[in-house]
Design a protein around this ligand. Structure first.
Ligand SMILES: C[S@@+](CC[C@H](N)C(=O)[O-])C[C@H]1O[C@@H](n2cnc3c(N)ncnc32)[C@H](O)[C@@H]1O
Length: 194
């Protein structure tokens, strides 16, 4: 093999691997949210046409495409893993939505214009989100988290785990109301069974 070619191949592999490993370790690996969960997360997000929604780690883009198509929201996703992002761009051809799928590290982005933020990130990333991103958000902004909670915050809504349908719980937090003692238990939106 020509030595230049093998150097180029190494460089490409490193350029793909470094951001992918960073995203896995500082956020979460690519595991797509089941479509039924996507629909109930977005229903809980109370979106209106034109609302800005970000998916922090947008994976294959299913959340932002669905938000754009079903709710006419201005939906933006950030994805740092090059292969996952390239896959999401390819899938966009079939979704035909107005969602924007951006390649980039969401930790460095300004998401302060969000009405809703959705995420599916591991607990250390949720803690980082609480310290570094959520303080920038406007009161009333909703954070809709698949599977993982923000420790110490009181949810505005909680969608229960549905073992039959293999759906994890969803935690919804309202910025500005996350620390106040709930007057009653958080609203529970139960999925219909059968
Ligand atoms: C568990 S997946 C969720 C994908 C999608 N949100 C969904 O629910 O189907 C998490 C995604 O976040 C991406 N990610 C993790 N850290 C990131 C970062 N700092 N910037 C952008 N994307 C990141 C990962 O590459 C992965 O695709």
């Amino acid at each position: 093999m020509h030595p230049w070619l093998s150097t180029a191949e190494w460089l490409i592999a490193i350029l793909i691997l470094i951001p992918t490993l960073y995203a896995m370790l500082r956020g979460a690996p690519f595991v797509p949210t089941p479509m039924e969960e996507v629909r109930r997360m977005l229903k809980a997000a109370e979106l209106k046409p034109g609302d800005v929604i970000y998916d922090l780690g947008s994976g294959d883009g299913r959340l932002v495409h669905t938000a754009s198509r079903l709710y006419k929201a201005k939906a933006i996703g950030y994805e740092l893993s090059p292969l996952v992002w390239a896959w999401s761009i390819f899938l966009s051809l079939f979704w035909r939505s107005k969602a924007q799928l951006k390649f980039g590290n969401f930790w460095n982005k300004d998401v302060s214009d969000a009405k809703v933020i959705v995420c599916y990130l591991l607990p250390p990333a949720m803690e980082n989100l609480k310290q570094n991103i959520l303080p920038q958000l406007k009161p009333g902004t909703l954070l809709v988290s698949h599977a993982f909670q923000i420790q110490g915050w009181i949810p505005y809504k909680e969608l229960e785990r549905d073992r039959e349908k293999k759906l994890a719980p969803v935690w919804v937090y309202k910025i500005g109301a996350e620390k106040s003692a709930p007057k009653s238990k958080p609203k529970k939106a139960r999925s219909k069974k059968g």
